[in-house]
Structures are given as C-alpha cells and as structure tokens.
Write a protein that binds this ligand. Structure first.
Ligand code: NCD
Ligand code: ZN
Length: 348
C-alpha cells in the first residue's frame, strides 16, 4: 500500500512575472504555462513597455511563443515614466489590454533607469488610475544611496508610498514582492485598496542563505532577502488566508554568466518549481488549506477577475526531480534551489 497525500486547488496565477523577450521568452514561458493560467507580465524590457502600442506588440510576441495547446493569458502592464500619457493608460485599460501600471523608482532594480525620479510628474496618471480603478504595482524601494539596502523597503513606505496613497485617495496599490515585517504590517493596517504580492523565494531564504558560507549569486534578488524575522512575517501573511496577500513569483531569469559575475544581476528564477516549493512551505506551516487562497483566489479577487475554473493537483511522494537549469540559446538559467527536497509533485 502506498500512502499518498494529494491536494487539488483551482489552477493558480502568477501576479508578478518576468518573461523577457526573444530566446529567453521562448525558453522560460513553458515553465510558467505548465502550472499557471494567467500572469501579470512585468514591463521592464529594454526598451521598456511604456505605451499601449508597446504592450500590444509584447502581448503578441508572448502569444506567438506559447507552447502548443497552452491555456495561458498574459495580463499586460505598462511601465510608468515621467512622460506617461494618462489618456493612453486609460484607453489601454478600457480595451482590456492592460491590468496594471508598474512603478519603478528610477534606478531601483533591473532595467529601471527610465522609471520615476520626480513623483510630482506622475500625479496626473495616478489620479486617472484612481478614477478608473486601474491598480498601481509598486517596486517599493528607495534609491537614496544613503539608505542601507536592507532598509530600503521600510523607508519607501514612509517616504514614498504612504504620501502617494494620501494624495491620491482611491488609488489601488499592490506592493510588489514584499520582504519585510514592515511591509506586512503596512498592508494589514490599511484597507482593501492595498494588497501585496509575496514571492516563493522570500518565503524560503533569508539573508544568511545569500551570504553565509560563500556568496550565493542565485539567491541575489531585489528587494534583497532580509533577516529571519522578516521571512517569518512573510510566511505568516502568506498562510493567513488574508485576501490582501497573494503569490507574485517575481521569477526573473538571467543567464548564469550574468548571475555568476563580478557584478551579478538581481533575480531568482522560480517558475519551474514554485508550486512544489509553496506546497512544501505551506505544509511546514501546517497551512496547506490556505494554499489555494494564496495562489489562486486572492489575486483574482484583487484584480476583479474570475477564479480559474480548471484545477491543479499536487501529490506528495518521493522527492521531485526538477531540472537544475533551463536551457536557453543565450545560455543556461539556474532554477531556484530551495535547499531542501520537494515532495509535492504537480500531477495534473
Ligand atoms: C527583477 C528583474 O530581473 O527584472 N529582478 C529582481 O531581482 N527581482 C526586477 C525586479 O522585479 O526587481
Ligand atoms: Zn520583478
């Protein structure tokens, strides 16, 4: 007799995903479409996806790269610049093309140079977004060189996010990839117009995993992993069932040559094994019953979309044999290593 545990949930979505373009898009897209039906697609290409026309063209490239028979809808976003035209944003939303606008503080992360430096210049766009109910996805880190990298999220909340929310009542905001207790508490203390995504890797690694016993470039991402107390706060939030917290993997592929480098790129590539990692994490927290809310229900709730009608089954057995790297013609991409065996197989 074999004892197997299985869990069936509505098919998940990924509310923060980097698919890139060209050869990398082709290489990584199947890793997401295997388990996810929809994803919020990050616009930080080079050059970025700024206008509705850019988003249409990028969506078409994603659709053209889909594996045969895949059931997957890319939910497009626009990259906010100081020159973004509120009318273009409103039209892109009205047509159903665009589901969020992404705010990168200029210089905060990969390909964010054209992001926002002077927040007064985007007041008009933010007001339009508040009126039409279009969410703002925020990379919540200050770029002030005087602020320690481990404090940049907490300082952003006080200096930037809270002022923006006060001056733009009704603006719906997703704090992307929160990494701190401060982020969790700020969401909890506010209303349903504020939500947060949490990545797979920030539920698993703290800054020791990155730095102790030799630097681990594949654990380097932004926002950077913080102290253990923060990881525990993220686990509590993700497993709480609170509708304001949902999965955004921030799966962010870079070829190994650019990760294992003197000035390595930020980003963890988790698309391949995210569902197995999450089932393991939720089981560790005795919260498997909350997994579906985190991966499949809370996100559509916030974005005003229906929950997927299909299901995904995870079955617990011998360790999952996932690839350590994904091949791409640009070079291999290392898959996130959670540091412990994964026992939950996606079986259907
Ligand atoms: C992302 C990337 O590589 O595009 N990197 C990361 O470390 N998360 C950008 C981002 O989301 O900050
Ligand atoms: Zn990201």
């Amino acid at each position: 007799m074999s004892l197997s545990l299985s869990l069936t949930i509505q098919t998940p979505d990924d509310w923060h995903l980097h698919l890139r373009d060209g050869a990398m898009l082709k290489a990584v897209l199947p890793e997401t479409t295997r388990h996810f039906t929809r994803a919020i697609i990050m616009p930080n290409l080079v050059p970025p996806v700024v206008t509705a026309a850019d988003a249409t063209a990028y969506r078409d490239r994603i659709l053209a790269a889909l594996p045969e028979g895949a059931d997957f809808t890319p939910l497009m976003t626009l990259y906010l610049t100081e020159d973004t035209d509120p009318k273009d944003v409103a039209a892109a939303h009205a047509s159903g093309l665009v589901h969020a606008v992404k705010l990168y503080p200029a210089g905060a992360t990969t390909n964010s140079a054209l992001g926002v430096a002077d927040f007064t210049k985007v007041r008009g766009v933010l007001e339009t977004m508040a009126e039409i109910g279009l969410p703002l996805c925020v990379h919540g880190e200050v770029t002030d060189p005087a602020i320690d990298i481990f404090d940049r999220e907490a300082v952003f909340i006080d200096r930037v996010l809270d002022p923006i929310r006060r001056t733009t009542p009704g603006l719906r905001v997703v704090m992307e990839h929160i990494t701190t207790k401060d982020g969790v508490e700020y969401v909890r203390a506010n209303d349903a117009d504020l939500a947060a995504t949490i990545t797979t890797h920030h539920l698993i690694i703290n800054r020791n995993h990155l730095l102790v016993g030799g630097i681990k470039p594949h654990y380097y991402c932004l926002p950077i992993a913080k102290r253990e107390q923060h990881r525990l706060a993220l686990r509590a939030a993700a497993t709480s069932g609170d509708a304001r917290f949902f999965l955004g993997t921030d799966s962010a592929p870079h070829v190994d040559a650019l990760k294992e480098h003197a000035c390595g790129c930020a980003g963890c590539f988790t698309a391949t094994n995210t569902m197995s990692c999450l089932a393991e994490v939720f089981e560790q927290e005795n919260a498997l019953e909350a997994l579906e809310k985190f991966t499949s229900r809370n996100g559509p709730g916030f974005y005003g979309l229906p929950v997927n009608q299909t299901t995904l089954t995870l079955t617990k057995s011998t360790p999952v044999d996932y690839p350590s790297k994904i091949a791409c013609t640009d070079g291999p991409v290392t898959v996130f290593d959670p540091g412990f065996p994964l026992h939950w197989h996606v079986t259907t």
